[in-house]
Design a protein around this ligand. Structure first.
Ligand code: URA
Length: 301
């Protein structure tokens, strides 16, 4: 794809996303796309920046209103283990949250993703829409991702540890996270993200099994290993994991924005070392930040 084609598609997807969220168009600086790198005549690298591919549909409400999208046969790209996990979430009654939820929120985004962002649990807007991170914290998360050239419409998948809203946005209990964690493991096994970004302590604690403050957890690249039961018999490969503050924490305490931005640049440096397509597309942003952050070496043109 050419840079101009990508820009047109991105503008369309951004508009669609704004419309789905709250019908309010947002101003976004143009993303510095580049033409796809061609390798020996082969098509560009595997990730497919199409909205439809792997984009999970919002789940229908349990009882009450029918879903906005009429049910119909699922296209082949949303069947398979990821879709099975979403269907299992929808039918789950393993904890009390099933009685109070409006919709379950399995997650959405690009498959396979460069980055899997894992949050805590749905809030009111997510419970109503069946989509993750669509309220105020979600707007901030989208802005945070955009600052380093990431987006749920281009290269990320967004999910939560707990798939149903805890009443009044209370913290999920240990029983609730324990009941829900297998769904996240199934998603990770199906998605095979290159990197996991744990947003907030609930995500970091449950994925890493380390009970620490975010102040201590951040700034380190952890190896995440799927539990063997989810690795399909294969030796489980390590997925790099970076932890940062939850966007809701940044909304409560704007003083955390600076360290969170440092974490994002840390993630950016790691992604740039892993993925040449990301590195090429994010190069102008990397060069911009490199002046103030030695982890981000400016790239030669
Ligand atoms: N907070 C989360 O952790 N997840 C959401 O989906 C929304 C808010």
């Amino acid at each position: 794809m050419t840079a101009a084609e990508k820009q047109t598609l991105a503008a369309f997807l951004d508009t669609a996303s704004d419309y789905l969220r709250d019908c309010r168009a947002r101003d976004r600086p143009p993303f510095p796309f580049t033409d796809d790198l061609m390798r020996g005549g082969a098509p560009p690298l595997g990730r497919t920046p199409l909205l439809r591919k792997g984009m999970l549909r919002p789940t229908p409400p349990s009882g009450g209103e029918p879903p906005a999208t009429p049910p119909g046969p699922l296209p082949p790209e949303v069947t398979g283990p990821l879709h099975d996990a979403a269907a299992a979430v929808e039918g789950c009654r393993a904890c009390g949250l099933a009685r109070t939820r409006t919709r379950s929120v399995p997650g959405e985004g690009i498959v396979p993703p460069l980055v899997l962002v894992v949050g805590e649990a749905p809030g009111a807007e997510e419970d109503a829409s069946g989509r993750p991170f669509v309220g105020p914290a979600g707007c901030l998360l989208d802005d945070m991702l955009a600052a380093i050239g990431l987006s749920r419409l281009r290269n990320c998948f967004i999910a939560n540890v707990v798939k149903c809203r805890p009443p009044n946005n209370r913290l999920p209990t240990q029983d609730e996270t324990a009941a829900c964690l297998p769904f996240l493991c199934r998603q990770i096994a199906a998605l095979r993200p290159r990197v996991i970004l744990a947003a907030g302590r609930v995500a970091a604690h449950n994925l890493l099994g380390i009970e620490e403050t975010m102040g201590r957890l951040r700034g380190t690249l952890y190896p995440y290993r799927l539990p063997p039961a989810f690795a399909g018999g294969a030796p489980s490969t390590e997925i790099p994991l970076i932890a940062t503050y939850h966007p809701s924490a940044l909304l409560r305490d704007p003083g955390l924005k600076r360290p969170a931005f440092d974490d994002l640049k840390f993630l950016m440096a790691h992604l740039a070392s892993l993925d040449p397509v990301y590195r090429a597309e994010a190069q102008p942003l990397i060069n911009k930040y490199a002046a103030k952050d030695s982890r981000l070496a400016p790239l030669a043109e």
